[in-house]
Design a protein around this ligand. Structure first.
Ligand code: NAD
Length: 451
């Protein structure tokens, strides 16, 4: 362990000290799903550079707690279905575990583990006092009625309530969950433990939610992109942007970028994509309204239909993957024509794709940094629930920008000093912070541990 030093606040990784060159492994040889391989690859590069021993690496990667539960739900037609539910708490070294709840058919233990781990590094990177967690239920919410969704949520909480709480693990929305789902979780948890608004974040405002929380991840994507362009001597004005995924993250990022003068030229969702026709960019407000009415971006008046692969290969300045994992793979990374990629989604770029993008000198602003706006705003919400205070929206956005700007500049400084990608620098800083916390708490000894 190379960089531990005792300081009163989270110390910055020293940029002067030489770090060993890591040995690259063939990720496909380590087994697991693609997202597990991507997380493993990024972790091992940084851990080797930090001089962490195999035992220390094992400690830092192994989830603290893994919960799998059955979630029986009475369906509207009277039948009974049993769904699988998960909550993985990867680390609580720097604070209570924190992470979203996802409802999707692909939810399984491996995916949840990789995403929980990402949360640990993300909260460390942006320096908020949380660990990492992720959970979800393997289901297709588009095929559930509102009543079935509520019963599923309540039953899931009844099975995991002992493991969550304001000082244990604080869920938030993720793919296919929203403020209403958080309200049901709050209600179900509070019925057992007393009124506890700080048990979930991204709640409705009426129940202690934070103004600006629902837009914070997408706004944060825009803020980090603006900071990156500033470092390259540009602004968002006139940037041509393509976005994959037009849900919470994609649509709010689009609105922020458009408001700052950027041009959204194409978007795609699970049903297909659209490209603006002629020289006029898409009008984001109208597109959001079209999605609200029809459920998809497809069929937006005046736009040309494209598919997801065409979107990825469009000539544009910025590509924002804001849907699911593994959007950029070795099969399509060579087709990318944007010069900047901002990872709105978690783990959208496989290790092989990342190498191709780096060789092609395409800047990738990594997920740990690019989509951290949501969890930062969740931190604001949690502290306000604990203190029974409320911030106005302008303060939320000012503080959000301050946290993200500081994290971006720190990552950039380390990347430039060590000739690394932004991703490598982000993982290095984050793992170093969690390793310091584990070391101080006594879970692992390090060579430089507190003299
Ligand atoms: P969402 O459910 O609101 O939206 C997901 C969008 O992706 C939808 O438009 C959907 O149609 C689209 N999509 C799904 N599969 C697709 C496919 N195969 N091809 C193209 N589009 C597809 O979810 P969200 O909250 O916007 O989350 C998106 C991503 O951002 C996820 O990776 C999530 O983990 C990550 N994220 C979300 C938050 C948050 O605060 N919501 C925070 C950090 C990271």
């Amino acid at each position: 362990m190379q960089s531990l030093q005792v300081m009163n606040t989270t110390p910055e990784l020293s940029t002067a000290q030489a770090l060993p060159e890591p040995q690259l492994t063939d990720v496909t040889s380590i087994g697991g799903t693609v997202v597990e391989q991507t997380a493993h690859h990024n972790f091992s590069l940084a851990a080797q550079r930090l001089g962490l021993s195999p035992d220390q690496q094992l400690l830092l990667r192994t989830p603290f707690r893994e919960v799998k539960v059955s979630v029986p739900v009475q369906m509207d037609d009277g039948s009974l279905r049993v769904f699988n539910g998960y909550r993985i708490q990867h680390s609580g070294a720097r604070g209570p575990a924190k992470g979203g709840i996802r409802y999707h058919p692909s939810v399984d233990a491996g995916e949840m583990q990789a995403l929980a781990e990402i949360m640990t590094w993300k909260t460390a990177l942006v320096d908020i006092p949380f660990g990492g967690a992720k959970g979800g239920v393997a289901c297709d919410p588009t095929k559930l009625s509102a009543g079935e969704l509520e019963r599923l949520t309540r039953r899931y909480v009844s099975r995991i309530h002992r493991f969550i709480g304001p000082f244990r693990d604080i869920p938030a929305p993720d793919v296919n969950t929203n403020a209403q789902v958080m309200a049901w979780i709050l209600d179900e948890f509070s019925s057992r433990h007393g009124y506890t608004p700080a048990v979930v974040t991204s709640k409705p405002i009426e129940l202690g939610g934070l103004r600006g929380r629902s837009a914070a991840t997408g706004n944060g994507v825009g803020m980090v992109l603006a900071e990156h362009m500033k470092a390259r001597g540009r602004s968002l004005s006139g940037l041509r942007v393509a976005i994959q995924g037009f849900g919470n993250v994609g649509s709010n990022a689009a609105a922020f970028i458009e408001q700052q003068g950027g041009e959204i030229i194409a978007v795609a969702d699970v049903n297909g994509g659209i490209l603006s026709s002629g020289s006029r960019p898409l009008r984001v407000h109208d597109l959001i309204e079209h999605v609200r009415l029809t459920g998809s971006v497809v069929g937006f008046p005046g736009a040309v239909a494209i598919d997801n692969e065409e979107l990825i290969a469009l000539p544009c300045d910025v590509l924002i993957p804001a849907a699911l994992e593994n959007a950029l793979t070795e099969d399509n990374a060579a087709d990318v024509r944007a010069s900047v990629i901002v990872e709105g989604a978690n783990l959208p770029t496989t290790a092989a794709a990342d190498r191709i993008l780096r060789d092609r000198k395409i800047d990738v602003i990594p997920d740990l940094l690019a989509n951290a706006g949501g969890v930062i705003a969740s931190y604001f919400e949690w502290t306000q629930n604990l203190q029974q205070t409320k911030w106005p929206l302008d303060k939320v956005n000012r503080q959000l920008r301050a946290y993200l700007t500081r994290a971006y500049r720190n990552v950039r400084k380390v990347a430039e000093a060590r000739d690394m990608s932004l991703r490598e620098a982000a993982w290095l800083i984050a793992i170093d912070r969690v390793a310091q916390a584990e070391s101080l708490r006594g879970a692992m000894r390090t060579r430089n541990a507190r003299a």
